[in-house]
Design a binder for this molecule. Structure first.
Ligand SMILES: *[C@@H]1O[C@H](CO)[C@@H](O)[C@H](O)[C@H]1NC(C)=O
Ligand SMILES: *[C@@H]1O[C@H](CO)[C@@H](O)[C@H](O)[C@H]1NC(C)=O
Length: 408
């Protein structure tokens, strides 16, 4: 009986982990700092999705309407000079590996001779020169504008096929420095220019980047962040709160114990998964080492593992060493929680996600802290009342485990 409960406790964290890792990547991808889009604030915020593209400091804001397979978008980027151009394109080539500039069905925005910002379509078939031409996609509502700092926005609606959407759209974007006689001139050939392409999945709201693999890496960093913030940063403190405060109430015995074990064990399993993703990220980024974050992470993993294995050595309740084991278990537990929270903040500073993630975590920790303070007061009130009750009236008898237990 006890054994099967234990098996269940072992299985649940694994399920939690699986559901977490499938849930979060798509939730995360909705986040977009798109700081370069600020000048266009209101118009831009109407789109339901936003992606910071992997190169050229560009971002894409879009809404996909599946009922008529229409993609409404605003592409925002800054050309290298005030007389330059920006471009966003779809490449219908079925092979994403070769769907680059050649074959791109592009909309290009630039200032014409009179200084007005225009958009034109280009069926790009050569690297050397592009000439205005019809493209394979129906486009409408094409507009463009320039904001302070030379930031440009190109907006358009594209009729894209539902099949193409299902496979993933090959997007190509670019910026160039000059326009001569109404013809955009060749862009630079830096790494950032060459990598400005990738597969856009408008349904899940994700974009890969061409060649560099940075998109996938960013995704892994985000998964690493989520796993660790949830486990070390939220579940472990929650588990401590459960253990410290629930057991004051005799009626919560032994439920608090199982809840505590469940919470901490799940946190440990998720945390180790997060830790492993961190090791992989660290191994991939030769030359960049975040010493504090890494070392705290290693200490955390070691100490938490020790904490788990020390459970096997836990003396029986009335054993004379149990008192010392408790002191050890509690102090290590508090140290883990403190280090975990510190390292989540270190990680947030490295990853630099959208502010809402940092604020969200601060709020979560503040709520947990507030609950802890409140329960601390309640606990002391209960403990003191019990003590004085015992002194003045008839003793309660020798029943509950939780009775008159003081918080350590
Ligand atoms: C598709 O739907 C969008 C949004 O509802 C609308 O703006 C657009 O005109 C529609 N396009 C077509 C081709 O019907
Ligand atoms: C674009 O150019 C290619 C190669 O010149 C040509 O085969 C294709 O039909 C053109 N597409 C459109 C929509 O004009």
């Amino acid at each position: 009986m006890a054994l099967s409960l234990r098996h269940l406790l072992l299985l649940l964290p694994v399920l939690a982990l699986v559901s977490l890792s499938t849930l979060f990547p798509s939730a995360l991808s909705q986040s977009c700092s798109a700081t370069n889009s600020l000048p266009f604030g209101n118009a831009i915020s109407l789109y339901s999705n936003c992606l910071d593209l992997s190169t050229l400091g560009a971002s894409l804001h879009y809404t996909y309407d599946p009922t008529n397979s229409t993609l409404s978008l605003s592409f925002v980027a800054t050309p290298p000079s005030s007389s330059g151009w920006i471009s966003w394109a779809l490449n219908p080539n079925p092979d994403p590996a070769v769907a680059g500039m050649i074959g791109a069905q592009a909309v290009i925005a630039f200032k014409d001779g009179a200084g007005a910002v225009v958009t034109k379509t280009y069926n790009v078939s050569s690297y050397s020169s592009v000439t205005e031409s019809p493209i394979a996609y129906e486009t409408w509502d094409r507009t463009a504008e320039v904001a302070v700092g030379g930031i440009m926005r190109l907006s358009a609606k594209f009729k894209v096929g539902a099949d193409a959407v299902a496979k993933g759209l090959n997007q190509v974007w670019q910026v160039g420095g000059s326009v001569v006689d109404g013809a955009p001139q060749m862009h630079e050939l830096k790494d950032a220019n060459k990598k400005a392409k990738g597969v856009l999945d408008v349904v899940s709201g994700t974009a890969t980047s061409g060649g560099s693999g940075e998109g996938a890496r960013t995704k892994r960093k985000n998964i690493h962040g989520i796993l660790n913030a949830v486990s070390w940063g939220i579940m472990l403190p929650l588990g401590v709160i459960i253990a410290r405060y629930l057991r004051t109430f005799p009626s919560a015995d032994p439920a608090w114990f199982y809840l505590h074990v469940f919470c901490q064990f799940s946190a440990y399993v998720i945390g180790v998964a997060g830790w492993a993703t961190g090791l992989k990220l660290g191994a991939e980024s030769k030359g960049i080492v975040y010493y504090y974050h890494r070392n705290i992470g290693i200490v955390l993993f070691s100490v938490a593992t020790l904490q788990i294995f020390a459970l096997l050595l836990r003396p029986k309740k009335d054993h004379k060493y149990r008192f010392y084991w408790n002191i050890y278990h509690h102090s290590l537990g508090y140290a883990i929680v403190a280090l975990g929270i510190v390292n989540v903040f270190k990680g947030i500073n490295i990853l630099q996600p959208d502010n809402k993630w940092k604020h969200g975590y601060i709020i979560a920790i503040a709520v947990l802290g507030g609950i802890a303070v409140l329960l601390e007061l309640v606990t002391w009130a209960v403990v003191l009342r019990r003590k004085s009750g015992k002194a003045t009236t008839k003793p309660y008898g020798h029943h509950n485990n939780g009775q008159a237990r003081q918080p350590l």
